[in-house]
Design a protein around this ligand. Sequence first.
Ligand SMILES: Nc1ncnc2c1ncn2[C@@H]1O[C@H](COP(=O)(O)OP(=O)(O)O)[C@@H](O)[C@H]1O
Ligand SMILES: [Mg+2]
Length: 254
Amino acid sequence: MSDLIEVRGLRKSFGEHEVLAGVDFAAEAGTVSVLLGPSGSGKTTVLRSMNVLETPDAGLVRIGDASLDFGSPPADKAAYRRAVKALRARSGMVFQSHHLFPHKTVLGNLLEGPVQVQGRDPEEATAAARELLAQVGLAGREDSYPSQLSGGQQQRVGIARALALRPEVLLLDEPTSALDPELIGEVLAVIRDLAAERWTLVIVTHEVRFARDVADQVLFLDGGVVAERGGAEVLTEPREERTRRFLSRVLDAG
Ligand SMILES: Nc1ncnc2c1ncn2[C@@H]1O[C@H](COP(=O)(O)OP(=O)(O)O)[C@@H](O)[C@H]1O
Ligand SMILES: [Mg+2]
């Protein structure tokens, strides 16, 4: 099978600080890639670059048939903007905290993107949104406001909202790290379901046990590069000393 995601030679500096020094990975459709690494190692920057919320200095990002070579982007501004838009449409982002619109209902939050931005038929988008809410275990909460939901429920709405845009890939940036411990499980369960349904996921998480269960591929980011990669065995039998040290710190903390 050919890869759905291709990230090659991704570089990004903030001022003098080189955060990504050539990040490479690829992922097949229907697989789960887990990205981990110390705080500040550039995990968020990788996801944001894939969604073009951040503009890398160099490197290629391809998702499906949309790709952008940031080292030699289209010279024509309109062509560049089209390429950004096409690439951005291929992925949905789930952030650490959900960024829901507080003044909109759950259903309103799910319809904003599909109807206002994508111009889809409101009836069709509503039916699709209801199905997504059922999928994340929130059938019947369509008319609630975010403030009436628990943090776990809000984060599940955040996942449904990202899926409502029909991305090919879902990018999740520490989706449970802002939650109270007792709410983490319900969000991880939803992500497990998505993995079982063969959604293509790239997840930054420090939930090592969860990662071991769902990961087809593990990427350990350190020093601006993928310092170790492999299957889920990277989490249990890391080859690199720095991976081992990181994992023992994370496991101690948990
Ligand atoms: N917009 C920004 N401006 C300046 N520095 C940034 C910006 N975004 C991230 N950084 C820096 O880049 C490094 C990597 O950040 P990040 O990708 O958030 O790492 P991680 O998600 O692995 O913790 C950090 O040192 C962070 O301070
Ligand atoms: Mg981060």
